[in-house]
Design a binder for this molecule. Structure first.
Ligand code: HPA
Length: 274
């Protein structure tokens, strides 16, 4: 695995001339296009980067853009591969580990999620405060890669309290600040109403099919992390209607501008602090 990560790192280093990259952003469903807010220094398709998986899902472009945000070199990854696409979990997190070796300290994740909390309506943007891994899998299973972090990493603050404070401040200019706990299911089937009730009973406010493997590996490597969910639908059984992917994509499209406006300001501010 370390060879695969090094190969990807060496490839990207030649493009960046070994410049340090401070922050990486992974754009989830419906967020592709955010990179167009910036003048790219370079753009690469994941298919050109050794060992990066190409997402097969619509709305996940599979493109890396290197941009300057407030003068700091930032990697925007538009689209991700998901666990339900059948890839080994350790391969899903190659981008996180590659950028760890390229100097990245800050990780910003976005996703589409189903809302459980009665405080949410579709179109809301939620700042994730913690997660529950309901899949039974973990990207750190296997030989520990000591270069990145310890065998038994602490997970008591996966989502940075400092970044949450910044999100609250920036959200004032964009939408009502709401927080929640994200439960990770494998997908690709949506949850049953009973599964959603179970997630609710154990403290989840959102359900989704991504983000957690990336957050675990980034935390293992000591990154400071923020994650934002766009509520595209009320979760199964909370909504009286059956779920369909088309609706999820439509709501994501409608709310994209709001999330992008927030993200632009959040990233600018983040790069002023560090
Ligand atoms: N469940 C899981 N993932 C999702 C959902 C959902 O209801 N909506 C968008 N992504």
């Amino acid at each position: 695995m370390i060879e695969k990560i090094n190969e990807a790192k060496d490839f990207i280093s030649t493009v960046t001339n070994n410049q340090n990259i401070d922050t990486m952003i992974i754009l989830g469903s419906g967020m592709s296009g955010f990179e167009d807010n910036y003048e790219p220094l370079d753009q690469l398709n994941y298919s050109e980067i050794p060992n990066f998986l190409t997402p097969s899902i619509e709305g996940h472009a599979g493109k890396l853009s290197l941009v300057l945000i407030n003068d700091k070199l930032t990697a925007i990854l538009s689209g991700r591969a998901h666990y339900y696409e059948g890839y080994p979990i350790q391969e899903l997190v190659i981008p996180i580990r590659t950028f760890t070796l390229l100097g990245v300290k800050n990780l910003i994740l976005t996703n589409a999620a189903g809302g459980i909390s009665d405080k949410y309506v579709p179109g809301d943007i939620i700042s994730i405060t913690d997660h529950i891994n309901l899949t039974g899998d973990n990207p750190l299973i296997g030989k520990n890669l000591d270069t990145f972090g310890p065998r038994f990493p602490d997970m008591s603050e996966v989502y940075s309290k400092n970044f949450l404070k910044l999100a609250e401040k920036v959200a004032k200019n964009h939408f009502e600040f709401k927080t929640g706990v994200y439960a990770w299911f494998t997908g690709p089937s949506y949850e049953t109403p009973a599964e959603v009730q179970y997630a609710k009973n154990i403290g989840a406010d959102l359900v989704g099919m991504s983000t957690v493997p990336e957050a675990i590996v980034a935390k293992h490597a000591g990154m400071e992390i923020s994650a934002f969910s766009l509520v595209t639908n009320l979760a199964a059984g909370i909504s009286k209607n059956p779920l369909n992917h088309k609706e999820v994509v439509e709501i994501a499209d409608q709310s994209k501008q709001k999330l992008q406006g927030f993200m632009k300001e959040f990233l600018f501010e983040l790069n002023s602090d560090n």
